[in-house]
Ligand binder design. Sequence first.
Ligand code: FE2
Length: 377
Amino acid sequence: MLNTSEANSKIFKGAQDFLPLLGTDYIELYVSNAKQAAHYYKTAFGFQSLAFAGLETGLRDRESYVVVQDKIRLVLTSPLKAGTAIGKHLDDHGDGVKHIALWVEDAEVAFNETVSRGASPYMEPSVEEDEFGTVKRSGINLYGDTKHIFVERKNYNGPFLPGFKKWETHYNPAPIGLKYVDHMVANVPLGHMNKWVDFYANVMGFSQILSFDDKDISTEYSALMSKVMSNGNGRIKFPINEPAPGLKKSQVDEYLDFYGTAGVQHIAVATDNIIETVTALRDRGVEFLRVPSTYYDTVLDRVGKIDEDLEPLKNLGILIDRDDEGYLLQIFTNTVQARPTMFFEIIQRKGAQSFGKGNFKALFEALEREQDNRGNL
Ligand code: FE2
């Protein structure tokens, strides 16, 4: 396993830059009720209304609400009638991430470079246009029913994408300090992790920056293995988890049972002030995984001196970890839809570039208590 400074130098040495990625463009979730989901993400998570497409913009079979907070754009899409591919997706998986859209300079080059390296095409490069200009998009297939979309928007200045109108509303709850997508984690079935690690390395030019095995991430009952893939400039990071055999069903197995296939397990979003952000989220009704308060008896022995007072971190249940570049603060929400599948992580990095390995054991014990409450352990 690499330490993080080795890992960082490996990012820049190891990655071929045939697929320069400027950032995460948007994340599209298929949800059973986009109107209500948008209200939830605005009210609870502080997202702002950005754009809308549906019957009023000429769509007949689906509608999408787009919400934004700083650099994070979520698209919430529902079908408007029976028998659609989106409806089938909802029946198979419940609410979840369908499209991870990546912002590129050239969507045609991104498509050609990845397909020539073995990606299977999902969306041929195509240009959409409205009065604000043109957007070119393309896409490739990913694990499960999840897809990557490449978005080229240098010739566009509309609210979101062609076909969307600006979403004007009098209901605009304040943002809560979410800044950008730090990483997005996939759960894949046992034996599939290395296939997707190889996909990101060979097809997308990513490098592996970290790995965890069942000795790092195991509890009495269950374990998982994980490898973290990063693109060349480090802006896009995708950890990939697979279950490791344990005495009982692992959290990844529970996800796979309910999602029905591989998919996005969590979206980690960055904040510059996790205490303020998590306080606001809690006040707005978001529920978090709680570790036992005894975690805080010894945490500073493990991580050393930190800038924050321990008391508010303890009261909120925020976890702390350190690597050789600094420390990080993190917390995980409970799952955010009917099925016990996707959740969010809130993360504040203070130098650390890793993912909180020191918290895994405490965290997974907390997760398993929730899993047990659901009768799935
Ligand atoms: Fe994470």
